[in-house]
Design a protein around this ligand. Structure first.
Ligand SMILES: *Cc1c(COP(=O)(O)O)cnc(C)c1O
Length: 355
């Protein structure tokens, strides 16, 4: 017996963990710094850590109240109704719910290239087919409506990432509006704001009241430092928000994830400290890296280093793990996540040494 034909499906290759890399090259894991997965260098919100501890003893119950409370808190935060909040096991889980709710077998979606690997994966799991639009290095990966529309042919979902991973470039508000206006009525523009807290650009959430053709993805993995907890959500326009109840698993986020998320939302200090640090680190990298780097609205910087695989390898030997962007189709670039001040300085020194 065999599963269905999965030959067009690809496997998500996560960056390797620090222990694994350290063991391979014989370094002490404590001496290594990992700036390859856009994680929060300050760790989770301490309030979230405390909430997880406090509620660990309730893990035997289903997260009914916690789920409802977190949904309500997110709805308040964004001034939307609880029905518009599609809570999920990470932003990735929310992408799956969207595909479940929107795609008929054979429906086409449009994803950025380079871009986040999970968009096409999720669409294919849900029997969709995938086309791409190019973000051109020659145009400094600029994101515009025209750029997407050049490849658009009536797809059901168009995925946009702003700030974009791995380039850091943003899609300006007027370009998003132009894109949504110029696509068919049956096309949804999903705007992925996984990194939006680090940018100065206003969130697209404010558009949900006026339009039915935009949805927004957010996550607790980046600014809140809860990547390991797996918590994210989609914000949907009121018109089709009730689809969530028809596609969600009975409890989309765990008790501990919900408790952590509730605490993290309240912890403004941790959020402000994180954003301040990230902005400092981005600027430091732009000032000091002796390699060209693109402007970034995220908690990372993409830089052109020649042979990315060789540079990532040499930098790893010196204890600094950065993301080789070959798998994104950018074999000349590495992506460096913002670290603490100390980590960022060391990473820049090491990169300058090996480039
Ligand atoms: C990190 C990230 C997400 C969300 O990841 P989760 O950990 O599943 O919440 C979504 N989109 C992009 C572009 C990301 O980089």
């Amino acid at each position: 017996m065999q599963p269905r034909d999965l030959s067009t499906h690809s496997v998500y290759r996560a960056g390797r963990g620090i222990e694994e890399v350290a063991r391979e090259i014989g370094l002490n894991p404590d001496e290594m710094i990992k700036l390859s997965s856009n994680e929060n260098p300050l760790g989770p919100s301490p309030a979230a850590t405390e909430a997880i501890r406090e509620h660990a003893g309730h893990s035997h119950t289903y997260p009914k109240a916690a789920h409802t409370d977190l949904t309500a808190a997110i709805a308040r935060e964004w001034d939307v109704t609880p029905e518009q909040v599609w809570l999920a096991n990470g932003g990735d889980g929310a992408l799956d719910y969207l595909a479940r709710a929107f795609l008929e077998p054979g429906d086409r979606v449009l994803v950025p290239d380079p871009g986040f690997a999970y968009y096409p994966m999720s669409a294919r799991y849900h029997h969709g087919t995938v086309g791409t639009y190019q973000l051109q290095k020659a145009d400094d990966f600029e994101q515009t409506a025209t750029n997407v529309l050049d490849s658009y042919d009536g797809e059901r979902i168009v995925y946009v990432t702003s700030p974009h991973n791995p380039t850091g470039r943003e899609l300006p508000r007027e370009e998003l509006l132009a894109l949504a206006d110029r696509t068919d009525d049956s096309t949804l523009v999903l705007i992925d704001e996984a990194y939006a807290e680090f940018s100065e650009t206003e969130s697209a959430v404010g558009l949900l009241g006026e339009r039915e053709d935009i949805a927004v993805l957010r996550t607790f993995s980046k600014v809140y430092g809860l990547a390991g907890v797996r918590l994210g959500y989609l914000l949907a326009p009121p018109a089709w928000a009730d689809a969530y109840e028809r596609v969600t698993t009975p409890f989309a986020a765990s008790e501990l994830a919900c408790r952590a998320g509730l605490a993290a939302l309240e912890d403004e200090t941790h959020l402000e400290n994180t954003v301040e640090l990230v902005r400092w680190a981005r600027e430091y990298m732009h000032d000091r890296l002796q390699a060209p780097a693109w402007p970034s609205g995220g908690n990372f910087v993409l830089t052109e280093v020649g042979d990315a695989e060789a540079v990532a390898h040499a930098s790893r030997q010196r204890g600094v793990i950065v993301r080789d962007c070959t798998s994104f189709g950018l074999p000349g670039c590495v992506r460096i996540s913002c670290g603490t001040r100390e980590e960022t300085k060391r990473a820049v020194d090491v990169l300058n040494e090996v480039v």
